[in-house]
Write a protein of this length. Structure first.
Length: 398
């Protein structure tokens, strides 16, 4: 396919946010070209979260890529909080008037979006090197890149920076024009993927004196488990047997006994951070997804926040091109950040509630642990507190 040197919207990054944005714009006849630094196989090899809010599912439906999701996704009406050796169910459906979440891996969302884009014959440049953004503070933005040893220029009306936390988009903004807020957490998540049936039909979030644990899944036969660990832990210290023993220790007796173990097919340690960059618009450059914000995975908000950014940006661009209205573009950053900060607050709260912090942390030590237990005990006895949690977990409205 010949890659054009001119498009209406240049999208940097072929992750779920860039692909979803392009799919929504394509339905309205708006031209896009996607530039991605990595290969398609590398993009699909990223192991990420898989709990989708209803608003995210509705966006995928609108984009025309939800058929397999509805066939293979696992609707969840609640989840369990585990502490003090017992589990307590948070009934999302009852507490939110019928809302639920769907477990469907981010890799599968990306796969569906990639296949959809390919079926439409829309241009995507993978392994685009030396990408640089120019002129987005004026009327004629342009992206330079190298592909297969040849230099290219892509002229456009707007640039959507969907290339993640370490991408070129946010790095292209002058430091004086952007404010960055960050908290790095003093622990990580050791994640294991195994071809084993999940220990429970819904997620289990566990607060234990040895640290946090999470039992999740990708399907009825593919499980995803996590335990809190030190970032200084070498991965080779965590054999499969050591991991399974530690996970059992952090669960209630019934779950520990029901746990079916097997060889790990993926194992990694991920750091946790809260990060927000503001504003999210710089002239004709718009940041979306991890390029603008990162949340710890405790609240399952990363992919869903990226989807909400795409909702606001796609709506604004459609208003501009189809309806000749520019208010959506003007207010893009403010609309996104209002939702981003609320989701960041929830993720920070849930992370602080469920994890053990080092003794040096203000919330650490025996007193901090007892405070967590008291808050958890209050939470499972108060319908008002559960409702607040459930409303945030299923996702706030756009």
């Amino acid at each position: 396919m010949k890659i054009p040197d001119r498009t209406q919207v240049a999208i940097i990054g072929a992750g779920p946010s860039g692909l979803l944005l392009s799919a929504l714009l394509a339905r309205e006849g708006i031209e896009t070209v996607i530039l991605e630094q990595r290969s398609p196989d590398y993009v699909l090899s990223r192991i990420r979260a898989g709990v989708l809010e209803q608003t995210t599912v509705q966006l995928l439906e609108r984009a025309g890529v939800a058929e397999r999701l509805h066939r293979e996704g696992l609707p969840h009406d609640g989840f369990d909080l585990c502490f003090g050796g017992a589990r307590h169910r948070i009934d999302l459906k009852r507490l939110t008037g019928g809302k639920h979440v769907v477990v469907y891996g981010q890799t599968e969302v990306t796969r569906d979006l990639m296949a959809h884009r390919q079926s439409l014959g829309l241009p995507t440049v993978y392994e685009a090197e030396e990408v640089s953004l120019h002129g987005f503070d004026g009327a004629q933005p342009m992206v330079r890149y190298v592909h297969q040893g040849q230099a290219h220029e892509l002229h456009c009306d707007y640039i959507a920076g969907c290339d993640g936390f370490h991408g070129v988009s946010r790095a292209s903004v002058p430091p004086r024009a952007i404010t960055q807020h960050e908290r790095v957490y003093p622990f990580g998540w050791l994640g294991v993927l195994s071809r084993t049936p999940p220990v429970a039909h819904e997620l289990i979030y566990s607060n234990h004196e040895r640290g946090f644990a999470l039992c999740s899944m990708r399907s009825h036969t593919l499980s995803r488990y996590y335990v809190q660990c030190s970032l200084q832990d070498p991965l080779e210290n965590w054999s499969d047997d050591v991991f399974w023993d530690e996970l059992r220790t952090r669960l209630d007796p019934a779950a520990a006994q029901a746990l079916i173990t097997g060889p790990s097919i993926e194992k990694s340690i991920a750091p946790l951070r809260s990060f927000v960059a503001e504003p999210m618009r710089f002239g004709r450059l718009f940041l979306a997804g991890d390029a603008a914000h990162i949340v710890p995975p405790t609240g399952a908000k990363g992919l869903n926040l990226a989807a909400s950014d795409v909702h606001y940006l796609s709506t604004a661009l459609i208003e501009h091109y189809v309806e000749d209205r520019g208010a959506g573009l003007e207010h893009y950053s403010a609309r996104c950040l209002a939702r981003v900060w609320k989701a960041s607050r929830f993720s920070w709260w849930f992370t602080s509630l469920m994890h053990r912090f080092p003794q040096t942390e203000l919330s650490g030590g025996p007193m901090g642990y007892r405070m967590q237990q008291a808050e958890l005990d209050y939470l499972v006895q108060s319908e008002a507190a559960q409702t607040v949690m459930a409303e945030n977990y299923v996702g706030l409205p756009f």
